[in-house]
Design a protein around this ligand. Structure first.
Ligand SMILES: *[C@@H]1O[C@H](CO)[C@@H](O)[C@H](O)[C@H]1NC(C)=O
Length: 325
């Protein structure tokens, strides 16, 4: 299976060569019955500390039971400041040596978080890392096609104004991002046209930052203004993020879009909660854990797990009349 995935990735890269105005596309095979199971984790790389290892263990158990096909990381892959370069031992210590269960030896599709931008952001995108650990795959923004769903991975860190005039005096690696306005407008245009063209039954957007969240970071206003209208206008089903170190599900009163936070990969328990609309809030857990997503034809099933393997929250949706395209 892994070799097949690798061939898909290489084919994808060859196909997109020369069309750099668009988001690069990759493919991942579904199971023989056409279904796909993904596990989603965020905000994790702490060399096993803050329950990272406990989360990893339970991910392995759950991935085995559910026969997981791929793993999604919502970013903040390496704390506190990303990777220093492609030889940073943190890659091994926080990734390869932590997620060791056989069931987790799948392709990981990852994006960068704000903490990743504090190091050598390009290192995480480098083929050198893919050479060290074939499970690893990271790009700034890209599209992953599968037979049952289309995933749009979006680089959200450059949207947030505060990193560009940071009161904490952090240094960010903006190579490839500047000039910022051009970067953001191109990304939004490319996303919009890819969403419009998409025939996928399930359209799923993945980014690091929150759009809606009751956690300490709250809503990301820049994404509410610039990204959310595009998602709503193009019938995106799920927006999946990390950034707030919690597990969370918010629905909205004015669209079918669901907001899912899986940011419980290591340090959590901020003891913060603020959300005005109790009807929209489906689930909030301040501690560690992860999310699974099973997609089979017209059905999607979401589960949130804690580190003991308890299912804390379940959500399902069905679409029947869209099925024949
Ligand atoms: C690890 O998880 C347990 C169970 O949820 C929790 O009680 C404990 O505080 C967590 N430890 C850390 C460092 O977050």
């Amino acid at each position: 299976m892994r070799a097949v995935t690798m061939i898909f990735l290489i084919l994808g890269m060859l196909l997109v060569h020369g069309t750099n105005a668009e988001l690069q596309r990759f493919e991942h095979p579904t199971k023989a019955d056409g279904s796909l199971t993904a596990l989603v984790i965020g905000d994790w790389g702490r060399k096993g500390q803050y329950n990272q290892s406990e989360v990893a263990y339970q991910m392995g158990v759950t991935a085995e039971k559910m026969d997981v096909d791929l793993i999604i990381s919502t970013g903040d892959n390496f704390y506190p400041g990303g990777l220093s370069d492609v030889n940073d031992p943190a890659f091994d210590e926080s990734f390869t040596k932590i997620y060791t269960a056989p069931s987790l030896q799948q392709q990981w599709y990852t994006v960068l978080g704000n903490h990743d931008y504090r190091g050598d952001a390009l290192a995480q995108l480098s083929p050198v890392l893919r050479g060290k650990d074939g499970n690893w795959f990271c790009m700034k923004s890209y599209i992953l096609n599968t037979d049952v769903a289309e995933f749009f991975f979006i680089d959200t860190t450059p949207f947030q104004d505060k990193y560009f005039n940071d009161p904490e005096d952090e240094v960010y690696d903006w190579r490839g991002v500047l000039p910022r306005d051009k970067y953001l407008s191109t990304l939004l245009q490319d996303l919009e046209s890819a969403l419009k063209e998409s025939r996928a039954k399930w359209k799923i957007v993945v980014g690091h930052h929150t759009i809606k969240s009751a956690g300490i970071h709250g809503n990301t206003q820049e994404l509410v203004q610039k990204l959310l209208p595009i998602l709503e206008a193009n019938d995106v089903d799920l927006y999946i993020n990390g950034h707030d170190h919690c597990l969370q599900h918010i629905s909205s009163s004015d669209s079918p879009l669901q907001f899912l936070t899986s940011g419980g990969g290591s340090k959590a328990w901020r003891g913060y909660y603020d959300w005005p609309n109790a009807k929209e809030m489906k689930f909030y857990y301040d501690g560690q854990g992860f999310m699974t997503m099973q997609i089979a034809g017209g059905d999607v099933d979401i589960n949130f797990y804690d580190i003991f393997g308890n299912i804390l929250h379940k959500w399902s949706a069905s679409k029947t009349f869209f099925s024949q395209i």
